[in-house]
Design a protein around this ligand. Structure first.
Ligand SMILES: [Zn+2]
Length: 400
């Protein structure tokens, strides 16, 4: 049986944590000097483990195993949210390094900009599966400071480099180890989550048209307040949407904008960004039908009609049964009674890689559920257990 060196794994993670250090976390926005330093550091690590490192025109760092297959692809992302945690993404990349160090036939990849510092997001994983067009790169800008993506790539020294594609047939599957970024495992006293799939996000835009008018001169009976119509619909959704949800569905109003947005003007327009997530298409469709019915109902009752536009309709990415089975068996052997199956409510690179090969994900607990914040953390013993479970599962799945 292959021995995975947990101590070296933890050492690597702590070494990477020093690059762009911010309090106990890191600040490594995509293509920043700190981010590029971490990508160069990673290439050196990959080389030390016997892999052939390279970086491509979107910033993906790849370590290619030199020996015969079948191969696994293991990885995640290495940039962070602003002033965020040391494990989000880094964990999955260094897990790949740990498996490669143990001699498993593993290619390692750090996909660029999973965190979406640039418009579009998931640039690296979308690029490597051939779903990132040149004209999208031309258009995309930084969400932090508006810098064009082309300019950021040039500043990072990546302009003109070819963009790598996954080699068809090379990989038997993709494993991504990640922190849970929630409290489910911790609150149940569990240490390992075997991910069943990654939820799909269906994103909606709602626009209510009323009449912009004077807040004093217009009587209450006369006015057509688009803001009130919006808020009443949202309250109704809050009360009734539950009936149409699955046990792990979530729904969120991320933005309510009133126009013109002044204290003495009745809002003439209201815009709402609303989304829901689930892992099952029938549940998503049920939620969609309920939303459409509620908007229709609102339009019958209210003086300000709403139009509903769908902005994103993703497909849930389901984890591969055989890869999951290997994780389940490994978890049962190494963490008996301390693991469960669970969906991922957050997006991950695996959801794009799933379009090209079987994928599977492993979660370890987040202390207090905190993530996207510098205080994000996981107990060392859980990190160490996680890498052992992943190593054992990888070995089983490869048939070693
Ligand atoms: Zn992540």
């Amino acid at each position: 049986m292959t021995r995975i060196d947990s101590d070296a794994f933890l050492r690597d993670l702590n070494e990477l944590r020093q690059i762009g250090k911010f309090r106990t976390g890191v600040h490594r926005p995509t293509y920043s000097p700190q981010d590029m330093e971490s990508r160069r550091w990673l290439m050196e690590k990959l080389r030390e483990c016997g892999l052939e490192p390279s970086i491509d025109g979107i910033g993906n760092v790849y370590g290619r195993h030199k020996g015969p297959g079948p191969h696994l692809l293991v990885g995640s992302h290495i940039e962070s949210q602003n002033e965020a945690g040391w494990l989000d993404g880094a964990l999955g990349v260094m897990a790949g390094v740990a498996l490669a160090r143990a001699g498993l036939p593993v290619d390692v990849c750090a996909f660029a900009d999973e965190e979406g510092h640039f418009e579009g997001g998931f640039l690296g994983s979308r690029s490597i599966i051939g779903e990132l067009a040149e004209d999208e790169i031309d258009r995309s800008r930084s969400r932090n400071d508006g810098q064009p993506l082309r300019e950021a790539l040039a500043d990072a020294g990546l302009a003109g480099l070819p963009r790598m594609q996954l080699e068809p047939g090379r990989h038997k599957g993709f494993y991504e180890m990640h922190i849970e970024q929630g409290t489910q495992l911790e609150s149940l006293g569990l240490r390992i989550g075997v991910v069943t799939g990654i939820v799909a996000i269906w994103q909606w835009h709602l626009k209510f048209i009323g009449q912009q008018d004077h807040a004093g001169g217009t009587t209450m009976a006369e006015r057509r307040d688009a803001g009130l119509s919006a808020v009443r619909l949202l309250a109704k959704i809050d009360e009734e949407f539950w009936k149409f949800c699955g046990p792990r569905s979530t729904f969120t109003t991320g933005r309510i904008s009133l126009f013109p947005g002044a204290p003495s003007i009745i809002p003439g327009t209201a815009e709402v960004l609303f989304q829901f997530r689930d892992i099952e298409i029938p549940v998503l469709e049920r939620m969609e039908a309920a939303l459409r019915a509620m908007v229709q109902d609102s339009n019958r009752r209210e003086k300000c009609p709403a139009t509903l536009t769908q902005m994103a309709r993703a497909t849930p990415a389901l984890c591969d049964p055989a890869m999951m089975g290997a994780l389940r068996d490994a978890a049962a052997a190494l963490a008996p009674g301390a693991w469960q199956e669970m969906p991922s409510g957050a997006g991950h690179d695996a959801q794009y890689i799933a379009k090209k090969m079987p994928v599977s994900m492993l979660f370890v607990p987040s202390i207090g559920g905190i993530s996207h914040h510098w205080s994000e953390d996981t107990k060392e013993e859980d990190l160490a257990l996680g890498i052992q479970v992943l190593g054992k599962a990888a070995e089983t799945f490869l048939g070693k």
